[in-house]
Design a protein around this ligand. Structure first.
Ligand code: FAD
Ligand code: SF4
Ligand code: SF4
Ligand code: SF4
Length: 390
């Protein structure tokens, strides 16, 4: 049976709990807010199935070879969908096709309380909720068995998620289904859902309304770029872009203080992919491929299987597609895991002793001088006097 002695050995994919027919595994949050399996030894018959479907255990045994058929840059032609996407709209281009064919999409969305979960969509409007990167680990409990049931009916299913979630699903299914398409992301790491909730509560207080969702890659007013813009959708109906009273979540996300421990030893930050298509930001277009570049954003797309190639062919009239080289596709999280911050332990000790507000001010807040500089920059951009990139 599964026994987690080192937290880095579990990515929280839920495959083990979903596969156990004796209901011996439940997932519980630890004190950082990440889900881990807890075994009820009285119910376990030691069949070993949970170990066979664990993406981390199985990945350790696997030989890793790059498996790309093609390397592509991609942009959806529909400008409205492009503007709502984090990069070039690769996800919604494929999802639209699956919906047209009567299929089902499974992806990450916000709940009312702005937590991130995996859910299902049968219409384009529902699938739009999966658009945009949510930088918090999604809760995927209960999803794999439902996907299996749907696949058995013969309907097309598109599953999208982090590489470890996709590998967990593939292992849980224990056989290949021709009607399953998978898309994974190049994955930096997933941050703590607990700290994300603390941040949401803090922002709700500051902005004087509960928050419904956050668009973490809002493309206005700066355009698509490294300096992510934030748009808060409040329950009182208001939308706020980059409010000064709160720091952007990106600062916490990129701090490497709150990532899941498995992310720092990730087995999926390489070219050996478990999905049909891998999507990401194609940052290289800015300097090296001006023929591709657009300030609306571009997706990187690794075509890993024949099925992936087939689907790109099917959606050809809705997207612009360019061949790129393997070298042009390279980015840090295709080469190595994100290293941890050496203050990680100190951060969590401080949080456990003194709470969120303390760590927020200690680890994530700019000095007044830096805040002032940002405010001036923002005003100059809005007035069109200063252009970030062109
Ligand atoms: C946690 C995280 C880390 C990432 N790290 C990198 C990186 O290091 N480098 C890079 O180039 N790109 C990274 N990305 C991917 C990038 O942000 C875009 O999602 C990607 O370029 C696809 O953009 P798009 O325009 O095609 O579609 P979008 O409309 O942005 O697609 C969103 C897709 O992402 C899925 N998704 C969103 N949030 C989550 C989540 N929390 N968990 C699982 N699935 C989710 C949705 O289900 C949907 O399929 C990351 C994304 C996430 C969520
Ligand atoms: S060994 Fe078998 S019965 Fe025991 S927890 Fe794993 S899957 Fe369940
Ligand atoms: S990685 Fe997934 S399958 Fe493995 S122990 Fe963790 S939740 Fe279970
Ligand atoms: S970095 Fe690796 S372990 Fe962490 S969520 Fe992404 S794929 Fe999973």
């Amino acid at each position: 049976m599964i026994q987690i002695t080192n937290k880095a050995d579990c990515c929280g994919c839920t495959a083990c709990a979903s596969v156990c027919m004796h209901h011996a595994i439940t997932l519980k949050s630890d004190n950082e807010g990440f889900l881990y399996p807890i075994i009820n030894k009285d119910s376990c018959i030691e069949c070993g199935l949970c170990e066979k479907v664990c993406p981390i255990l199985q990945r350790k045994k696997q030989e890793l070879n790059p498996n790309q058929l093609h390397y592509k840059a991609l942009r959806i032609k529909d400008t409205e969908l492009l503007n709502q996407s984090s990069s070039g709209g690769a996800f919604i281009a494929v999802a639209s096709y699956i919906i047209k064919k009567g299929g089902v999409i499974c992806g990450a969305k916000y709940t009312k309380a702005a937590t991130v979960i995996h859910g299902f969509a049968e219409t384009l409007d529902e699938a739009k909720k999966f658009m945009g990167s949510k930088y918090s680990q999604s809760d995927i409990q209960g999803v794999f068995p439902k996907i299996k049931e749907t696949l058995k009916t013969g309907r097309l299913v598109l599953f999208t998620g982090t590489p470890c979630q996709v590998h967990g699903l593939n292992l849980f299914l224990q056989k290949k289904y021709n009607n399953l398409f998978t898309i994974d992301l190049v994955c930096h790491a997933v941050p703590s859902p607990l700290i994300f909730q603390e941040y949401i509560n803090y922002c709700s207080q500051k902005l004087k309304s509960p928050i419904e969702s956050i668009d973490m890659r809002y493309k206005l007013p700066y355009g698509w770029g490294h300096n992510f813009s934030y748009r808060f959708h409040l329950q009182n109906g208001k939308n706020l872009t980059n409010p000064y009273s709160v720091e952007k979540w990106g600062r916490l996300f990129f701090s490497k203080l709150i990532d899941r421990p498995s992310c720092h030893e990730c087995k999926f930050t390489n070219y050996n992919r478990c999905s049909d298509l891998t999507i990401a930001d194609f940052w290289d277009d800015m300097n090296k491929r001006p023929d591709i570049y657009s300030k609306e954003g571009t997706s990187l797309c690794l075509v890993n299987t024949e099925k992936g190639a087939l689907i790109l062919n099917e959606i050809n009239d809705t997207i612009a597609l360019w061949d790129i080289s393997q070298e042009e596709s390279q980015q840090p999280c295709l080469l190595r895991p994100t290293p941890p911050n050496n203050k990680r332990e100190k951060f969590w000790n401080d949080y456990n002793k003194r709470g969120f507000k303390y760590v927020y001010w200690k680890y994530f807040t700019d000095s007044y001088y830096v805040q002032f500089k940002h405010m001036i920059k923002h005003i100059l951009i809005i007035l069109g006097i200063w252009t970030k990139k062109e």
